[in-house]
Design a protein around this ligand. Structure first.
Ligand code: PAF
Length: 284
């Protein structure tokens, strides 16, 4: 497994792989890897011949009040995990390599970022798109794999690639969960043992929504109310949002009628950990 720190080295290594006829698979990450990330690597391997993992905590997607400085980092562990899953190249640049100066060009998203996490984290997805466009231009992958856990990010990235004609195929990877249902996340490390025990309520709430819908409930507000009540049984939980939106445009759905796919998404604070999770359901 190779490791590069600069854009020039990265381009050279990947150009070499490409001249050998290899298809490039890409997994962008912010490090502190868990099994969810490793599944993204497995999927990338299944769709390409040379897998690049970037490890870069991107400052432009954090607001000044968020956890950029404290975001968990453990490069040696990440390196071992990447190697164990057959990664070909880790690209782990310094902030100054990606942002030698403040970018004067920014990317703005219309509409898709006006709900869910985008509404609560203004500018977050502009920062994600800025770094993803830089990384795509550096790595020039044939395929890139993103997790379904960040459902809004996935929808925005798909639209971004379509709108700006990036020649890359985006592959969605299912959310990986702990045995009790908690979605794997680098931020789970922030949870105290008590908060960790209570956090299972998130998956239970999503499952409750699924059961209600399967039993015929079509009123989104009633479903959200039941989810809120269930999550409120966890004393440490502070709900940021629970929303039911259409998968295609992320706009709110009031009644779950007709043929469509809905995204039931939530963000809940447990102490300083802001946890997100979601399920996608097909309504017929
Ligand atoms: O999902 C993430 O970890 C980040 O948002 C990403 C896509 C690596 C961009 O920094």
């Amino acid at each position: 497994m190779l490791l590069t720190r600069t854009i020039a080295e990265t381009r050279a290594v990947i150009a070499d792989a490409r001249t050998q006829g290899k298809r490039i698979g890409f997994v962008p990450t912010m490090g502190y890897l868990h099994e969810g990330h490793l599944k993204l690597i497995d999927i990338a391997k299944g769709h390409s011949d040379f897998v690049v993992v970037s490890i870069f905590v991107n400052p432009t997607q954090f607001s000044p009040t968020e956890d950029f400085a404290k975001y968990p980092r453990d490069f040696e562990r990440d390196r071992r995990l990447c190697e164990s899953r057959g990664t070909d190249l880790i690209f782990a640049p310094e902030v100054s390599e990606i942002y030698p100066e403040r970018s004067l060009i920014t990317l703005q998203i219309e509409k898709l970022a006006d709900r869910l996490c985008g509404m609560r984290r203004p500018g977050h997805f502009n920062g994600v798109l800025l770094v993803v466009s830089k990384l795509f231009n550096i790595v020039q992958p044939n395929v890139a794999v993103f997790g379904q856990k960040d459902a809004q990010q996935l929808t925005i990235i798909k639209r971004f690639v379509q709108d700006l004609n990036f020649p890359v195929r985006i592959i969605a990877a299912p959310t990986v969960r702990e045995s009790d249902g908690l979605a794997m996340s680098s931020r789970n490390i922030y949870l105290s043992p008590e908060q960790r025990a209570q956090s299972t309520v998130l998956y239970q709430a999503l499952q409750r929504a699924k059961t209600l819908i399967e039993a015929g409930q079509r009123d989104a507000q009633k479903i959200v109310l039941e989810m809120q009540q269930l999550i409120a049984t966890a004393s440490e939980a502070k709900i940021d949002y629970i929303e039911i939106v259409s998968v295609s445009d992320l706009q709110p759905v009031k009644r779950l009628d007709g043929e469509r796919q809905v995204l039931i998404a939530l963000a809940v604070y447990f102490g300083r950990a802001r946890l997100i999770d979601n399920i996608v359901l097909k309504i017929s």
